[in-house]
Design a protein around this ligand. Structure first.
Ligand SMILES: *Cc1c(COP(=O)(O)O)cnc(C)c1O
Length: 726
């Protein structure tokens, strides 16, 4: 029986609904939705970097109406709309039961960056990715959540490697119309505009709304015609410019963020400072109270009662410190609004309040102005208590009030499409036997199952999933990565039109043990550590029976020449050493490259100089893909590793000198590679299956996947810090 054609009215409704879905990042963690957008324009999906909004602009309304007359396609669109509505209107979320207070009075989460998806490239690194994953899980759990950040019109830089193997940076203008964001408008349909006194100026800003499932994030944008040029460029780049730009961006973020929330009538119950960048928000909360007639002491204690702070790094340079004269300059207008001597305010950012020459530290401000503070792993908690003991001289180090909540990742957002479909299929097949009570259709149930330890526990069971299936999955993912790398390398090579040409289609071996390293090229992460034993490593890559290979990627901060030298060295090795063909460097590391790499590599390498990796999160993304971690026992891995679920480099300790540490760690890395990793991977039985390796994958899935999620993390934040203590 053929279906009746859709009426104009029905087509119109479908088009509107589909546009609504495209402007909600929910689609970035829903496979069915992505499939629909991809099918509309497969080539566009690739070229427009998986951007649903841009796809709908590329496909004409007429084409869309025609395509929707295909009943099969239309059914799938309707299914996506149903899943979306079910998600948006779910009244049985975790927070309905456990955090109803936060629904009317949400968490206001301030972060200098948010990384949601490759289509909205406004994050610089791990901090932003974590903020994005935090938001997605807050949405999943139904926790009332409003994020505040800046709209960086040029995003984070794009990396291109020049003929000297030196990183160069270039910027492209993002076009709001093509992005999954919407302008924040008033009843008259005009942008809502607020102001902050910065320097001697009154800087105007507008805002963009990012819909992240049920959560909302506002991006403040100083690009307004009424601003002087250097202020309208204030929000151009993530961490762009010098410390003057930086302090001004942070004033806009903190002070402007509070003002926007007021303008929109949002009444937060708690302010979460994600890193010190946002700490100026506490001054604005103070100002409001002082203006309302509170005393300084009252304003202070009331402000403290509603703020919490997360610190993210023990690296000194990660803590903003501003010279007193710079603070003076940046605040010359704003301070007139503060009805107290400015010297009192400056004291809030100093370890020693009496020392007028001490730089103003955003972390100090955040610690002094928050009712609770936390680090992002157990070891990082210990290091942070040590680091900030100076602020609490009358307490012991153990009593320094900084706790910890270990970071996580948003599982569905990080799964590759291949892998989402894989686990979804496994779940469906197992449910076909016995649908449990309360089962509400495959979509809803899948999303709930993904965060349940019980679901991942089943991966231990060969009846649920066989060794052969897991090994086939690994092969599929490794091949997908290698083909992705070959495509990218071809483009890189074509751009340079120079040097030794590499036969890209023969690069990399789909049977080799593939080791991945991708992260910011901050020197403490020690990207080149594995090559300290160069000759030995070359020998391993050339072993015809048991070959290994390396895929690297990562950006160095534009002003970090040392990090750029590391990149140069790795690329040099990939082109001119005996590692050629067994080591490649992929340009322009971002969320998409990260997803390809964590899924396709057999081993995810992590070699930070302990204890400087506060948590690290990229290794957590590998779990659902059956890839194993090989890491220093720092940050999250110190908690995750149990001897059976991956590999550790060295002990739960570290040498005191940097030179000694590098030497010991590189020796240990070589040792575990040759004694554990390589033998285990190539130990195949009569059927050609590495049973022991697969056993490790099973252990990794069972023990790590449900533990290191932002679902667990946001529940912890809610219970420990967000909810008022009764
Ligand atoms: C996950 C991720 C990070 C953070 O990874 P670390 O392990 O903390 O270094 C940084 N950048 C991108 C693009 C990521 O996806």
């Amino acid at each position: 029986m053929t279906k009746k054609p859709l009426t104009t009215q029905e087509l119109q409704e479908l088009t509107v609904a589909l546009n609504r879905v495209a402007r909600n990042l929910w689609w970035t963690w829903n496979q069915e939705a992505q499939d629909v957008f991809q099918e509309l324009s497969p080539r566009g999906w690739q070229n427009l970097y998986h951007n649903a909004v841009a796809i709908l602009r590329e496909v004409s309304d007429y084409e869309l109406r025609v395509r929707l007359q295909d009943p099969d396609f239309c059914d799938r669109v309707n299914e996506v709309l149903r899943l979306f509505e079910t998600y948006m209107n779910d009244s049985r979320t975790w927070a309905h039961e456990h955090a109803p207070a936060l629904r009317a009075n949400p968490v206001a989460y301030f972060s200098a960056e948010f990384g949601f998806h490759e289509a909205l490239p406004i994050a610089a690194g791990g901090l932003g990715i974590l903020a994005g994953d935090h938001t997605k899980s807050a949405s999943d759990l139904g926790v009332g959540f409003v994020g505040i950040s800046l709209f960086y019109r040029e995003g984070y830089f794009q990396q291109a490697i020049d003929t000297n193997n030196w990183q160069t940076e270039y910027y492209t203008q993002l076009k709001p119309k093509n992005l999954p964001i919407e302008p924040v408008l008033n009843e008259k349909g005009e942008p809502v505009v607020c102001r902050v006194g910065i320097g001697m100026n009154d800087v105007a800003f507008q805002a963009w709304r990012v819909n992240v499932g049920r959560a909302t994030v506002y991006l403040l944008d100083a690009n307004r015609p009424e601003n002087e040029q250097h202020f309208s460029e204030l929000t151009q780049r993530v961490y762009g410019g010098d410390s003057t730009t930086r302090i001004m961006q942070e004033m806009l973020l903190g002070i402007g963020g509070v003002r926007l929330l007021r303008a929109l009538g949002v009444k937060p119950s708690v302010y979460h400072l994600n890193e010190g960048h946002a700490a100026f928000l506490t001054l604005e909360l103070m100002r409001e109270r002082l203006a309302a007639g509170r005393s300084f002491a009252e304003a202070l204690s009331q402000t403290r009662a509603e703020c919490i702070f997360t610190t993210h790094t023990p690296v000194e340079a990660g803590h903003d410190r501003f010279r007193p004269d710079l603070v003076d300059y940046a605040m010359q207008r704003y301070r007139a609004e503060l009805p107290v001597p400015f010297s009192e305010v400056l004291k809030l950012g100093r370890v020693n309040p009496q020392d007028a020459n001490e730089p103003f530290c955003m972390t100090v401000l955040a610690l002094k102005m928050s009712r609770a503070a936390n680090a992002v792993s157990e070891l990082h908690g210990r290091v942070s208590r040590q680091m900030w003991h100076c602020l609490y001289p009358d307490r012991s180090v153990d009593e320094v009030p900084i706790g910890h909540i270990t970071n996580g990742v948003h599982l569905l957002g990080w799964m590759k499409g291949t892998v989402r479909r894989f686990w979804q299929r496994k779940l469906k097949a197992s449910l076909a036997d016995a649908a449990p009570p309360g089962f509400r259709g495959p979509g809803a149930d899948w999303a709930a199952q993904v965060n349940s330890p019980e679901f991942w526990q089943r991966v231990a069971d060969p009846e649920f999933i066989s060794d052969e299936e897991l090994w086939a999955l690994r092969y599929k993912l490794r091949r997908e990565l290698i083909e992705f790398a070959r495509r990218r390398l071809l483009i890189q090579q074509q751009r340079l039109m120079h040097g030794d040409f590499i036969a890209f289609d023969q690069l990399l071996n789909p049977d080799a043990l593939t080791i991945g390293f991708a992260r910011r090229f901050a020197t403490y992460k020690r990207a080149p550590l594995v090559f300290q034993q160069l000759e030995n490593i070359v020998r391993l890559t050339r072993d015809p029976e048991r070959p290994i290979q390396f895929i690297f990627a990562g950006k160095a901060h534009p002003r970090d020449d040392e990090g750029k030298r590391y990149i140069q060295y790795v690329i040099h090795l990939s082109k001119y050493s005996d590692l050629k063909g067994h080591l490649v460097f992929l340009e322009n590391y971002d969320i998409h490259v990260a997803r390809q790499m964590v899924s396709g590599c057999d081993v995810w390498l992590n070699t930070p100089r302990r204890p400087l990796e506060a948590s690290g999160t990229s290794g957590m993304k590998s779990g659902t893909h059956g890839s194993l971690n090989l890491s220093i026992l720092d940050g999250w891995w110190r908690e995750g590793y149990d001897g059976s679920n991956g590999f550790a480099i060295g002990e739960d300790a570290h040498a005191s000198s940097v030179e000694e540490q590098d030497k010991v760690d590189s020796a240990n890395l070589y040792k575990v590679l040759t004694q554990d990793v390589i033998p285990l991977f190539f130990q195949r039985d009569a059927q050609g299956i590495p049973r022991q390796w697969i056993q490790r994958i099973r252990r990794a899935v069972v023990t790590l996947v449900p533990q290191f999620t932002t679902a667990r993390m946001v529940r912890e934040y809610t219970e420990k810090y967000y909810l008022p203590k009764t």
